[in-house]
Write a protein that binds this ligand. Structure first.
Ligand code: SF4
Ligand code: SF4
Length: 435
């Protein structure tokens, strides 16, 4: 066993209201600069939807080009233009500005300076890049307007695919929000794909960072990251990414997104894991076994053998105590209610999610029972509005069983707490289910 420590996060999706406070405060802190106007280290996606950048989950889109691994590194002295050309030829499959969105501001002057006209003046959008009026054709959360509505003839293959896969009676449309940051993966493909060796994973807490002095702007990390969580700063010519707010973490303050989250849904903390098991878990042959394999890489911070090995590995005692207090291990391994995003990407993501249980009103409508009423608990799960298959595509490589198990556990917890709060004796079966 080789014990290492990692900063990790669990987000409870039932609590996200899509207010974007996390995105805005992160932007103010980290990407409120020229060259990264289009960049959101933290974004909140509408689901079902195309995500940000658009269709990033369609991994076939990013395949191709040369794989310039570190061994194949080209040494170019002062080769700015040559490097740019080589990047274009060797790595053509990068998201374009249209896939992110053209950042804009509003022409507020127009509100006061517009000539007298029939209608109230509006502040028209103006491109932050060209300064010209912009015709916006795509932006983050554009999918809100679609609301998951059925469009089997949609021109966009992904939207058509979603429409074909998910049950779409109009009253059965569904949506929820998926906040995303860099996953600070245990097996980061961004680092593996960087020809300059500029991306590194800090050994003390696993935070993945870009060394700005070493980055040569190849952008292999942009195509190499399956979550598309590395961005190119077109002013500096360097790659940038979420830093897990390491200067704050180092002085014991949570990340900006976690501290400002209106729904209080982000749980952050240290986890201990067995570094010897990482590659084996990432290479699990069957995609359906990946969730379980990734879960088992985490070590119980209360286990005396783990504590002993952690001490031998030089992890300070107060860090071990922090891992013991952290809710992350408990949510993933003890209560087993959190799942990784796209485990089939095999980078071993370190931001996990508690899947959304569903709008309660729907359970009431479909079963005639309140969601927390244990009398009809499992029927309620069957009547969930968000199809388990859809959640399984996100969290368990398409295997519905682990997702159903999590949802049953969440419903049981709700039911249990309802009894406790009403001063009733919790039903024995539910108490057992909650553990
Ligand atoms: Fe690298 Fe992407 Fe993983 Fe972040 S999510 S560590 S950028 S591979
Ligand atoms: Fe969701 Fe919290 Fe972000 Fe609001 S601040 S969008 S509730 S994650």
């Amino acid at each position: 066993m080789r014990v290492m420590a990692q900063m990790a996060m669990v987000m409870n999706l039932d609590k996200c209201i899509g207010c974007h406070t996390c995105s805005v405060t992160c932007k103010q802190a980290w990407t409120n600069r020229s060259g990264v106007e289009y960049v959101w280290f933290n974004n909140v996606e509408t689901r079902p939807g195309q995500g940000y950048p658009r269709r990033y989950e369609d991994q076939e889109r990013w395949r191709g080009g040369w794989a310039l691994g570190r061994r194949g590194r080209l040494k170019l002295k002062g080769g700015g233009r040559l490097r740019k050309l080589l990047t274009i030829f060797s790595n053509p499959k990068l998201p374009g500005l249209d896939d992110y969105y053209e950042p804009w501001t509003y022409d507020y002057d127009n509100l006061t300076s517009a000539p007298l006209q029939e209608h109230t003046p509006v502040a028209p959008p103006r491109s932050l890049i060209s300064g010209e009026p912009t015709k916006i054709t795509w932006s983050a959360n554009w999918d809100d307007n679609l609301g998951g509505a059925p469009d089997h003839g949609h021109k966009d293959p992904l939207l058509k695919d979603i429409a074909d896969k998910v049950t779409f009676e109009f009253e059965q449309t569904f949506m929820f929000y998926l906040p995303r940051i860099c996953e600070h993966c245990l097996n980061p493909s961004c680092a593996a794909s960087c020809p300059s060796g500029a991306i590194y994973k800090r050994s003390e807490d696993g935070i993945v960072l870009v060394d700005q002095d070493r980055c040569r702007g190849w952008r292999m990390c942009v195509s190499g990251c399956p979550y598309k969580k590395i961005y190119f700063n077109h002013r500096t010519g360097k790659a940038e990414k979420c830093t897990f707010c390491f200067p704050r973490i180092e002085v014991g303050i949570p990340t900006v997104c976690a501290e400002t989250c209106v729904g209080r849904l982000r749980y952050i903390g240290l986890v201990l894991y067995d570094a010897d098991r990482v590659l084996e878990a990432a290479s699990t042959p069957d995609d359906h076994d990946l969730y379980e394999a990734q879960r088992q890489v985490f070590l119980d911070p209360h286990d005396p053998a783990v504590v002993r090995e952690a001490g031998r590995a030089g992890i300070p005692g107060d860090w071990i105590e922090a891992a013991q207090r952290s809710p992350v291990y408990a949510l993933i391994n003890t209560y087993r209610v959190a799942l990784p995003l796209h485990p089939e990407y095999r980078t071993m993501p370190m931001v996990w999610y508690i899947p959304p249980l569903s709008p309660v009103v729907d359970i009431v409508r479909d079963t005639g029972h309140e969601a927390e009423d244990h009398g009809n608990l499992f029927a309620a799960i069957e009547a969930l509005r968000i199809p388990v298959e859809y959640l399984a595509q996100l969290f368990t490589a398409g295997d519905p069983e682990p997702v159903s198990a999590v949802l049953r556990r969440l419903a049981a917890m709700r039911s249990y707490m309802r009894d406790v709060n009403l001063g009733r004796e919790p039903q024995e079966a539910i108490a057992k289910k909650v553990g």
